[in-house]
Design a binder for this molecule. Sequence first.
Ligand code: S3P
Length: 182
Amino acid sequence: MANRKHIALVGFMGAGKSTVARMLSERHNLELVDIDERIETKEQLKIGEIFEEYGEQHFRELETDVLRQALESDKPSVIACGGGIVTKPENMVLLERYAVVVYLSVSVDCALARIDDVNSRPLLAAAGSTEVVFALMQSRMALYETAADVAVTSTKRTPEEVVEVVERRLKDAGYEGLFNDE
Ligand code: S3P
């Protein structure tokens, strides 16, 4: 616990990780790290362009570099992880060591309804059908659960409601010390 200064949000695309991370960071005076945004800024390319030009493997390497940098920072932060972060064992080790992990679960229908631009998610664009997206989600479910210290569903909840439940669960689990509240 001593090293775990950060709150990391994991979960499938469309679970609301970026929105909830931003709200938590603002409410508790914590730095915000959006892994995908950091990759895009660093590379000066959109996630879709990185997949297209260099492939998923290269994207995963960039993702691990950015994750490691965020987690090794002394400044406590809320980290919005990309949905595939749990697929690399190295990332799981980093998360376990440095972060309290919140798993935002979501139903496939709700996730797809929230994502208006599928092209910004190359894996969704490639999937092509709800069944394939569901299979991808299923293949990751156990990994999200393994990574999680607390789990909260975002299905049929507004971001405000999700934030409130996340805060309550973190407090109930004894992690209120992570909040940098005045
Ligand atoms: C991915 C999720 C995306 C992004 C990339 C790959 C995945 O992030 O990192 O397109 O493998 O699930 P979001 O979960 O923020 O959409």
